[in-house]
Write a protein that binds this ligand. Structure first.
Ligand code: ADP
Ligand code: ZN
Length: 747
């Protein structure tokens, strides 16, 4: 009870704001409740983070808060503390961190049971003339209309806004223009929600699995005895086990121990792996499972969240933000595929779910398991250091044979002359062989579209996006060139816009691979899985079940097919170009290439017939490729870590990246220089300021970008940098600043 409430508004402001609590609300305004407050000329819903009786300094006027929005606190004491930590460690305000911890419909307090859909009024196959007509003057509408038609003619508004990179207004224009209409549907995207699933029994663990389970449960018992925040030994484990080594079974059985002891668990998986099959494995073992992910409607998400808050779920399965799930008695947090970059949120608050999970477990007196077949070098280094306890599963359950590896040097293939194709002779022969034995084939290429560059034969310049400093990707089926950064698209020009020379598609994307495979293997059923083909409702599920049941023989895809597919009949995995991402300007390029390759290679050799992998690369001797193909993590780490140490990159330092955006390049540059001067002037201990320089992609969406990277030798140096930047990074008239602590990308 108190006269004054400290309130954290969900805005980029520093500090807390004080409001007087009206007499009649004094016993109900407690930390964690949501309140409505006057804020400047606005009224704002915000979270109360504390109450007390200390009056503000004399002369400071305090306004009364307007109203209590919910009777119960929405945020418990642990999540309150956790979000405070997120705010300080990522450099955002407490209110912004709290904002990320609550689902939208919970915040607004009026969950809508329906989804608003936009529906095409014509047969989707007949809208091309309208698209072309809109193209010249209403580019965004044209783009949205085309995408809507491609996805079958009906999509939730929000999904189309995302897919087409547009705001609401072009879509409303399509409705006004008579192309589309809006409707409300009572839809759920989770076919398993509310459905009961037959229970399965725990498997008899292998010795290695049992050893892992015992060490984790021992830590769990110590943690529970010590209580929240208490000491008591190792609390965070790195479970390093090749794919198929039975990590999930270890999660399931340690969770069962946790639940039996009256505690609860969170399982975090990358959004892309959050499929009904994944959720099902947990529902088969636990009665009370809640799911939190982006395919739920707002109302469903709010329902799940409230169930969790009431203590009605023993296990929560979810993507990144489920790390904030309001479980009252948390005992265990599992984060699967620890190395995945999607655990890092790309907008404010820019937190990494792995770090938040560890902090949350510390606050709750819980244990964390980070599982992966290819640990991030940060986690691996922490395991060497003792910061994480290392658990290893060396072998696949039930064996499985190591696949036969064939490496194809693309630079030799290219030099050989004649018509060059990314379906090289050795790959073609291996495909013939696999298909003739009734096996299935996965072909992997991490680039969608037909070809990534349209090059002018005369001036040798690529066709560039008008808004970004990148080249446009040709998409043949859509008959468009598309910018993968801002979404701008147009019919492919016939001539180079600069010199009217002829444009030639250069390089390969998944679409082109698909076409060549269709032409070269007339009797095989072929499917493609990438974000162009896979955003219709249930399309991902459909493609996977077609493959699982053998209706598709050759599946071509981007990283969507690199993860978690477990099909015994895959006799061949072909990697079209293993080094396509190796030369990106990012110190993690080798690590990424290694991880992806090791994951893809793990997709075969699962059945009794073994398997084969054909890896094509321009530089097949590169260590990331050699080790990736051999799935030899430790050899890769041994090679890569000394290089990182020499250059002072993570895990031997932490980075803070500043990116400044502006309409005019000199404004971006000036602001970036101002900030780096400020930091250099402060001469902070253990801090090295690099740059500023134009970002590797110097312009995106009409915004010029300058960046600077700040190396910090330890956590203290990071705090010092964030402290120095506090109040200096707010939106200016001409430039906007983005602060990214521990960035996962450098473009
Ligand atoms: P991971 O999560 O490491 O990829 P999974 O837990 O999915 O591995 O296990 C791979 C396969 O092995 C699954 O089909 C699983 O049911 C099976 N499996 C796991 N542990 C055992 C065990 N102890 N005995 C028999 N089969 C097991
Ligand atoms: Zn663009």
């Amino acid at each position: 009870m108190g006269r004054f409430a400290r309130v954290a508004p969900p805005l980029p402001v520093s500090g807390l704001f004080t409001y007087e609590v009206p007499e009649e609300l004094r016993d109900r305004v407690v930390p964690g409740v949501r309140v409505l407050v006057p804020f400047g000329a606005r009224r704002l819903a915000a979270t109360c983070v504390g109450v007390d009786d200390t009056p503000p300094p004399a002369g400071v006027a305090v306004k009364p808060l307007l109203r209590l929005l919910e009777d119960e606190p929405l945020v418990g004491p642990d999540v309150l503390q956790l979000t405070a930590w997120v705010a300080t460690s990522t450099g955002c305000s407490w209110g912004e961190a709290l904002d990320a911890a609550l689902p939208p419909a919970v915040k607004s307090g009026r969950p809508s049971r329906t989804v608003e859909e936009i529906v095409l009024l014509k047969d989707p196959r007949l809208v091309r003339p309208q698209v072309d007509e809109l193209q010249a003057r209403r580019e965004k509408q044209a783009r949205a209309l085309r995408i809507l038609a491609e996805r079958g003619g009906a999509l939730p508004m929000r999904e189309l806004m995302n897919l087409a990179h547009v705001s609401r207004s072009p879509l409303e224009s399509l409705v006004r223009g008579g192309h589309c209409t809006l409707r409300s549907v009572r839809a759920s995207h989770d076919p398993l929600l509310g459905q009961s699933v037959p229970r399965t029994q725990p498997l008899v663990l292998t010795d290695a699995q049992r050893d892992c389970k015992e060490r984790i449960t021992a830590a769990l018992r110590r943690a529970m005895a010590a209580g929240p925040g208490g000491a008591g030994g190792a609390r965070a484990f790195l479970l390093f086990g090749v794919t198929g080594s039975g990590k999930t079974e270890v999660y399931l059985q340690t969770l069962a121990e946790c639940v039996a002891a009256g505690r609860q668990g969170i399982v975090l998986v990358p959004e892309i792996s959050l499929t009904p099959q994944t959720v099902r494995r947990f529902r088969e073992r636990f009665e009370r499972v809640a799911v939190l992910h982006s395919h739920l409607t707002d109302a469903e998400r709010a329902d799940q969240w409230r169930r969790i808050r009431r203590g009605e779920a023993d296990v929560v399965v979810g993507a990144r933000s489920a790390v904030f799930a309001p479980l009252p008695r948390l005992g265990l947090v599992v984060l699967d595929e620890e190395h995945e970059t999607t655990f890092k949120q790309q907008n404010v608050p820019r937190y990494h779910a792995r770090e938040v999970a560890i902090e949350r477990a510390r606050l709750a007196g819980a244990v964390v398991i980070l599982g992966t077949a290819t640990p991030s070098l940060e986690a691996w280094h922490a395991a060497q250091d003792g910061g994480l306890q290392l658990l290893q599963l060396h072998e696949r359950v039930g064996g499985g044979r190591t696949p036969e590896i064939v490496v194809v040097d693309l630079s030799l293939e290219r030099r050989r002359g004649g018509a060059f194709s990314f379906i090289t002779d050795p790959l073609r022969a291996a495909m013939d062989d696999a298909l003739s034995r009734d096996g299935q084939v996965l072909l992997f290429l991490n680039r969608r579209g037909w070809s990534p560059v349209m090059l002018c034969g005369r001036c040798r310049q690529p066709l560039r996006c008008p808004n970004c400093s990148v080249s446009m990707t040709m998409h043949r089926r859509a008959l468009r060139v598309i910018c993968h950064y801002c979404g701008t698209e147009r019919p492919p020009p016939i001539q180079c816009p600069a010199c009217a020379g002829p444009l030639h598609p250069l390089g390969y994307g998944t679409e082109k691979v698909e076409e060549e495979v269709r032409q070269g293997f007339l009797h095989a059923s072929v499917a493609r899985m990438d974000s162009d083909t896979m955003s219709g409702r249930g399309s991902h599920e459909q493609a996977l079940s077609d493959f699982a049941e053998g209706r598709t023989r050759v599946l071509i895809g981007t990283q969507m097919i690199a993860k978690g597919l477990d099909f015994p009949n895959v006799l061949l995995v072909g990697v079209i170009c293993a080094d396509s991402a190796l030369f990106l300007p990012d110190y993690r390029a080798a690590e990424r290439t290694f991880q992806l390759l090791a994951q893809v290679v793990g997709r075969t050799g699962r059945g009794p017939r073994g398997g084969r992998v054909v890896v094509q690369a321009f530089d097949p001797r590169h260590v990331a490729i050699r080790c990736g193909v051999a799935q030899d993590y430790e050899a890769f780490a041994q090679h890569e870590l000394p290089l990182r140490q020499e250059l002072g990159y993570p895990p031997f330092s932490r980075l803070v990246r500043l990116v400044v955006h502006a309409d005019e390049e000199p404004d971006a540059r000036a602001r970036a220089e101002l900030l780096t001067d400020l930091l250099r002037g402060a001469a902070l201990d253990g801090v090295t300021v690099l740059g500023p320089a134009p970002a590797p992609i110097a312009r995106i969406n009409k915004q010029w970008r300058w960046h600077s990277v700040i190396k910090c030798v330890n956590d203290g140096a990071v705090s010092a940098v964030l402290g120095k930047l506090e109040g200096q990074t707010g939106p200016g008239k001409r430039a906007r600043v983005l602060v990214d602590v521990d960035p996962v990308g450098m473009l």
